[in-house]
Design a protein around this ligand. Sequence first.
Ligand SMILES: *Cc1c(COP(=O)(O)O)cnc(C)c1O
Length: 222
Amino acid sequence: MIAEEIKRLHAELPEGVELVAVSKFHPTEAIEEAYNAGQRIFGESRVQELASKVETLPADIKWHFIGHLQTNKVKKLMSLHPAMIESIDSVRLLEAVDAAAQTEGVTARVLMQVHVAREETKFGFYPEELLEFFQNRAFESLRATHICGVMGMASNTDDTERVRADFRAIRNVFSEIRDDESLGLRGFDILSMGMSGDWPLAVEEGSNLVRIGSAIFGQRVY
Ligand SMILES: *Cc1c(COP(=O)(O)O)cnc(C)c1O
């Protein structure tokens, strides 16, 4: 089942769109099955759970942290050398990540989380806030962090026009930052949008990184 879904998604996703298999709340056996089907990028949302999975699973897995991150968990997370933290939702968190990356002697690769959806999540920068963050050149004080792009979620609704509008709003703030040559950003090119229920729309709207959990692994048991 899991292997089939992985293969199907790899076949369906257009070239240039990468898949994060969101394995949070699923056991290591499920991850191994996806791994054996060729999947290498996995998404987790809790530091402790990630720590125990990192310990037992193959070292060439690229772990993306996608959940809300508390600053007191940042050191622990950085010690696990995640490939990407997709859920930077405040300047305070970004600074904590940067400090921990320096201590750890690594470069943190991160995405800035944009908040556009109604109610679904209270986390993330509003588009205007994120633009302001970049226009103020607040990123220049970072020592050990590479901001690679943005991550966002659409409203959890069957109204596809609403979902599309949310993805468009995320893409617009991403493009505005990426295309602003005065910022001098390099390698700001990841637009992470789309989950099990809405990834085709997200890809239509320009996503190049989709985060898919339940469509691969089934329902999560919390
Ligand atoms: C859990 C989660 C996903 C995966 O959601 P599914 O609907 O199971 O595909 C994607 N992105 C984030 C940020 C998540 O927390």
